[in-house]
Write a protein that binds this ligand. Sequence first.
Ligand SMILES: [Zn+2]
Ligand SMILES: [Zn+2]
Length: 295
Amino acid sequence: MKFPVEWILLALTPVFLLFVGWELWRLRRQGRLSIYDWRDSACCAALGLLHQGADKLAWVLTLPLYGWIFHHHRVFDFSDSWLSFFALFVVQDFLYYWFHRVSHRVRWLWAAHSVHHSSTRMNFTTAFRQSLMYPVAGMWAFWLPLAWLGFPPEQVVAVVLLNLAFQFFVHTQIVPKLGWLEYVFNTPSIHRSHHAKNPRYIDHNYAGVLVIWDRLFGTFVEELDSEPCEYGTVKPVDSFNPLWVSVAEWRDMLAEAWRADNWRDRATALFGPPEAAEEAAARQRARLSGRRQAA
Ligand SMILES: [Zn+2]
Ligand SMILES: [Zn+2]
């Protein structure tokens, strides 16, 4: 029987938990256990499980589309070799970079991705913090080009999940910079800066596995000792309730789009960069309170 690839992440859970244990042990020895907050970690774990369910459902619903593109419209015929799997890994990582970059710059996707960033903590459990709403945001569409290129859908699922599995290991404050690896791979230092909201760091380091894309496309930033990372989002969510955390930004987005009094602001609320959407929302609030005072 073939291993059901959709279960890779759940199958790796014991490994992830071992690393959480190792991190807790190290932090305790260093007197830095306050990096953990059990309410935050419990929320992250619940979000991870919810995401697993939503992700399985998304694959069930979209795999027929992947299969149709692969069987009827693929451009290349790859042989079943390690070389073609390596090519798949590199192209998927490239697409991940763009998925991740768009997720930070387009409100519709940020509404889902902000869940991953809304903790003010940074430890291995932060990696579990994923959004239930990715299927609605349309994350699944970003890997369609892989089926079109000629990679079998089952391999696409495997490589998407392996990329995510790798990223578990970059969510920690106990690993320093890693020398030459910083030039090739996404590392804990690189990903710590990605989770920081300091102006220096925000909207940089979108790497999944390889950091070469950030270096190539000008989105790389180096973590500096002189500027410690402040974790979290500019607009805090302030809740440990996984369901509320999952929908908070969607509620704001839809409410702002609904209340907007012109189509430009409506489009900005849905598809503009998060800070432009925030400015449009502030204008809206000012207008509404003006109207209330006038009344
Ligand atoms: Zn991100
Ligand atoms: Zn992360």
